[in-house]
Design a protein around this ligand. Sequence first.
Ligand SMILES: *Cc1c(COP(=O)(O)O)cnc(C)c1O
Length: 490
Amino acid sequence: MTVPSFPDTGRPVAELLAELDALKADDLPTRGENVTAYVYDSGRPEVRKAAERAYLAMLEINSLDPTAFPSTVALERSVVAAVASRLGGDEATPGIFTSGGTESIMLAVKAARDARPEIAHPRMVIPVTAHAAFHKAGAYLRVAVDTVPVDPATFLADPQAMAAACTDDTVLIVASAPSYAQGVVDPVEAIASLAAERGIPCHVDACVGGWLLPWLAEAGADIPAFDLSVPGVTSISCDLHKFGYAPKGASVVLFRDTAMRMAAYYACASWPGYPVVNSTVQSSKGAGPLAGAWATLQALGAEGYRELGREALEATRRLVAGIERIEGLEVLGKPQATLVAIGSSTLDLFELADRSRERGFFLQPQMAVDGLPASVHVTLTGVSARGVEGMLTVLAEAADEVRSQGPAKPPAELAELVGLLDLAGMDDATFASLLPAAGWDPAPTGSPAMAAINNLLNVLEPREREMIIKRFVSVLYSPYLSTGDTNPAH
Ligand SMILES: *Cc1c(COP(=O)(O)O)cnc(C)c1O
């Protein structure tokens, strides 16, 4: 698909919108029951409409200065109070509306770090199942990450092992509710109490579960306590652009006390311009996502979320039962929310993902790490129920198709070859020229063949994987992957 670069004269809106539609043709669908990662569809057109109109109504408002745009303060207080009311807080609980889970986590890590300025080399202790956002926060904020193994059968964090990993430099302990990869809720009470004994703050990553678990608990699911009602929990993150069904760019981080929220803030008066005070990483900041999240919460209400939660839970139970009937597939751990990791010791899971995608279902590949097996991920939402039988049929057909191939054969020679390459030093053009040999189809349309690349990545060390995927993104945004007329400038 050709994207014209900058035109000399302005183009009509109809043409631009038509071009966007054409560009989106190869994207995953964002609505309906076939979407099992990245996007969350409430299935309710009136809710989407409310979010869309509210987003556009606030499109030009800048949250940079809350005194210039007081509407943003009112909206943020409303959204934060709504989240706090369901997560063990009240209308006085300090919180911040952020652009997403990663930013919420960054701010929690910054707050924990800056609350202990006397510690020169701060560290945090996380279970290996914690989201990558903690590693990212550690890298951005120079907080060293101590990763602790989890129970290999249940994928649950081990409180004693986490306590043992703490040192005098530990500024934060983390638990997930639930973890993204296997969808299990860590023993938050035990972790938070061990943290409190040592005077260490405890962050609960409820990015994916914060606006889901409360409704599942109401629907009778067995959900252990995980929020601010648990003694020792000092902050919690909750994404509204996941199970809040709000447009992207919406998350909340809550703090137990105002001092910690202050430590997350940033202010700068040491320059000749306006005094800067930011609650988030962004400074100038569109109010669209905030208004979209507020409108979605208001349009669905507790009753709406309850119903979506019940439906997602029902869909998950049927999917888990169905997967267990498919020869060679298993569900990893005991998913407590509506996120499911499908594993296999006999089938090539990444081939399974490709075969499923050809049939319209996207399964998200998850790599092996620290002794935990590879898997493919499915997130079930309020609209998943009507698609479960179809998903199970696709999984069974895809499993039949890959069964004859046996388990994944790690491309040993290729992996060895990767070890010999100067990945950091080579240029984009060279890297792009190597991709076809690794199994990359340079002109993906609809359902790209990813299994070969995923299997290669899966046998590499995380550091090598990271270098390769960074290189890959670099060529993706370069002209070197194009196979013809994709860039008229060349
Ligand atoms: C999605 C997620 C995050 C990161 O959130 P983004 O909104 O993608 O930045 C962090 N933790 C968990 C458990 C998540 O599911």
